[in-house]
Design a protein around this ligand. Structure first.
Ligand SMILES: Cc1ncc(COP(=O)(O)O)c(C=O)c1O
Length: 402
């Protein structure tokens, strides 16, 4: 019998495994609620009831009305819908938008598209911990500012932004605030009223739900234009037959997260801290990135000086340890992450940064195993670098077996 390799999944910020109860909810919806929710007959009504219930579940978790929840195909679409939808209803003399330098590409690329269409966009800087200064927002707001978009937790370094304070400033100035909460929904207690946001994006696959489903919260009274046109689904804001099984799985994931989340937060934070202290004890010349307290409980970004992150990830993968780089892969070339550069990090160090992200299925034993593997592989890769006179090896050179 072939012995199965041990695997340790430390990439929950990329996606989470599906909870078995979510899987069941999706399968049940597929088997029993396959009707079109827009149909008036019995089959349609069954699917419609399921959708309505799911909307109430998500609304409860967000602290809003069910009429303020719009299902989408995920976080990317929710972000696009908020930004383009708000932009389309802007008066011609109010085409200024403010965001931050460290947003997810689903926000940044939408903003860049608007710039091509003649919008002016201000990208707020962050400090070395990844935190936005609300005073910078105050200074950046103009008479013609129409929208502000600031994320809740950054997906690469975990830093949590002072959304409450940012929202108060936007309210004072009568400017809409959109928040990308894809990394925190289901983990942090989230109440859109308390946060003070006008729009908020969430995604199911970051909270042990299925991929390809999410939602945009739009505060009552905020009127945006649809991104997708066609049928009159989602109160005419998002055309297209709803992904009923996906939405059923999303609602189940939300329900489970509400029963788990305080315990999960504690447990995940303890595991993250265990990994951080193990690495700091075992591996010399490393730097932990992000804010020490204001941070996502599961995200740990670490710079390993003199080590190519890509080589390290490939080496870890050979031991069954899954993590990811603080770098975006585009068109076959690895670019240093815009988030790490925005912290003031140099390109070389950015390319030496790995993100470990823990979730509720991880155990202390897994963390200890991962730390030992990381220690050994960093030492091996550094010895190669030293042998080559300080040159950081590329992955192909560093791991000839792949
Ligand atoms: C902060 C953030 N926003 C948006 C997204 C996109 O969400 P989705 O994968 O559901 O489109 C992600 C996914 O990684 C994310 O981390």
């Amino acid at each position: 019998m072939v012995k199965q390799m041990r695997t340790v999944y430390l990439d929950h910020a990329a996606t989470t495994p599906i909870d078995p109860e979510v899987r069941e909810a999706v399968a049940r919806a597929m088997a029993e609620c396959w009707g079109n929710p827009s149909s008036l007959h019995l089959f349609g009504r069954k699917a419609r009831d399921l959708l309505d219930e799911a909307r109430v579940t998500v609304a409860h978790a967000l602290g809003c009305l069910d009429a303020e929840v719009f299902f989408t195909s995920g976080g990317t679409e929710a972000n696009n819908m908020a930004i383009f939808g708000a932009a389309r209803v802007a008066p011609p003399h109010q085409r200024h938008l403010i965001t931050t330098a460290i947003e997810h590409h689903a926000v940044l690329h939408a903003c860049q598209r608007l710039q091509q269409d003649g919008w002016e966009v201000t990208y707020l800087p962050v400090d070395s911990t990844g935190m936005v200064d609300p005073d910078d927002l105050r200074r950046a707001l103009r008479e013609d500012t129409w929208l502000v978009s600031v994320m809740h937790a950054n997906n690469e370094i975990g830093t949590l932004q002072p959304i409450h304070e940012i929202a108060a400033i936007c309210r004072e100035r009568g400017v809409w605030l959109h928040c990308d909460a894809v990394q925190t929904f289901g983990l942090l207690d989230m109440n859109v009223e308390e946060l003070g946001v006008d729009m908020l994006s969430v995604s199911a696959h970051k909270l042990y739900g299925p991929k390809g489903v999410g939602a945009l919260y739009i505060r009552g009274g905020v009127k945006i234009a649809p991104l997708l046109v066609g049928g009159s689904q989602e109160r005419e804001l998002r055309a297209g037959t709803e992904n009923v099984p996906g939405i059923a799985g999303f609602a189940k994931a939300v329900e489970l997260s509400r029963t788990h989340h305080f315990a999960a937060w504690q447990q995940i934070w303890q595991l993250r801290e265990r990994l951080r202290t193990r690495l700091q004890d075992l591996v010399p010349d490393i730097q932990v990135n992000g804010h020490v307290q204001q941070c996502h409980p599961g995200i740990l970004s670490v710079t390993f000086d003199g080590v190519s992150a890509e080589s390290l990830l490939i080496a870890l993968d050979r031991h069954g340890v899954a993590a990811s780089a603080g770098a975006a892969c585009s068109a076959g070339s690895i670019e240093p992450s815009h988030v790490l550069l925005a912290l003031g990090m140099g390109e070389e160090r950015a390319m030496s940064t790995v993100r470990f992200s823990l979730g509720r299925g991880n155990t202390p034993d897994e963390v200890d195993f991962a730390a030992e593997v990381i220690e050994a592989e960093v030492a091996r890769l550094r010895s190669k670098t030293t042998a080559s006179g300080g040159r950081v090896y590329s992955p192909a050179e560093a791991s000839p077996s792949r």
